[in-house]
Design a protein around this ligand. Sequence first.
Ligand code: ATP
Ligand code: MG
Length: 515
Amino acid sequence: MKEFDIHSILDEVSRAMGQAMENYSPLPETEEIGTIRSVEEGIVWVGGLTRVQFEELVLFDDESMGMVLDILPDRVGIVLFGSNDTLASGQRVARTHRILDMPVGPEFLGRVVDPLGRPLDGLGSMGETERREVLKEAPPILDRSPVVKPLQTGLKVVDALIPIGRGQRELILGDRQTGKTAIALDTIINQRGKGVKCIYCAIGQRSAGVAKTISDLKERGAMDYTTVVVVEGDDPPGLQYIAPYAATTMAEYFMHRGEDVMVVYDDLTRHALAYRQLSLLLRRPPGREAFPGDIFYIHSRLLERATHLKTELGGGSLTALPIAETEAQNISAYIPTNLISITDGQLYLSPDLFQKGVLPAVEVGKSVSRVGGKAQIPAYRKVAGDLRLSYTQFHELESFARFGARLDDSTRKSLNHGLRVREALKQDQFSPLTAARQIAVLLAVTRGYLDPVPENRMARAQEAVFEKIEAALPDLEDRIDTIGSDDPLWEKMDQVIRDAIREVEAPDADPGSSG
Ligand code: ATP
Ligand code: MG
């Protein structure tokens, strides 16, 4: 019988234990690698990834990535950013311990990219660039400071009556084909030379529309300081879902360098539809209008990222111009009300005004800017002070007058004045105006100098005002940001404007003689 040697047994046990310790890994392989259970349109269900985190990236066998958007006890729902063609049930899925990030940087200005930063313009790779998290949290309140600088849209009706400040969130809201995109594009074009970088994010639009937008921006030199992020309606809903966050991530790069940047989300109604589609695929219970209950959070989490950072953090700003489409002018539908309550105001575009040719079709009575007033160039206050009131009163008067009511002289006079105000606030697309030009026209109309000008000569009168003002007061443009309300410049402007209009008003005025 073999002798029982306790020492040799102990040696053997401890050797075995040491080996076991060496081979020990804290996570058994089954928790790092899962298996596809089923593949659906835009999402897949995966089993076995019991420790995966919400919004973590996972890697498929075909090297494409997905993002965890739903965690259930027995499986996780993964959204896809690409097609599901090469995925099949039974394939392996690996955790990455990473969350979604994307390339950012100045290399992206002038480029058209998808929400993962991949070029769509055929101009080649951006090279090595910095990467940033896409679904980042918004800056805390303590990092923010009040909005103090204006974001000039170049549109008289907006800059005078519903002014927007850098770091503000202003919703552009209206039915189909009311000029929503046009307002955003004019604002981008007006940033030329003003140091505001722009990101235009097209979500779910038809490609012909997007191509037109890009060529409009190019033609006016706006691509030099703009990035266009595009995701189309037939792209996977996961890619549509992350698009506005990706645009914001690109913008934050500039904000954190102390620069000013503006993002247009065109539009968040389509974004909400993509998210609704994802949620239904993930079989989440639908809520109001079949949207998932967290759609409010999805949009507030996005728009909270717009802000003006305090000086210690560089003082950069991110202005958000989300666009939303209403149906039959119903601004109290679910998505519009959500967005109205998340933003600092809205520009409401009316199909009635659009049809009447009052463009931009901003309905002043339903539009508001809750923070931009403090940032507005002070000179506007002098000329736009009671413009808003007289303009809304005019609208009421006008509908009253339409019933053929007999009008007394003073009513007729204020109707006539209101008509001129409306005419003066009209503006063609792609013709943003400098603050000095805007203020000159507004001064002319508020002081009633345009009242005797026939409606069909209003445009010519405005041109004459611009020309004469620029010839007589060439330093107005530089001084406009700071002139006080009793600066002698106002009286000089007044004189020049009256002279300019008198020439146009005269019946024998020759259109070719000015200048
Ligand atoms: P959609 O709902 O299809 O996105 P939208 O509300 O964005 O439409 P736009 O595409 O901006 O509307 O404008 C609709 C049409 O009106 C366009 O052809 C545009 O060129 C024209 N338009 C918009 N604003 C003006 C303007 N101020 N002056 C002249 N034309 C304009
Ligand atoms: Mg549009």
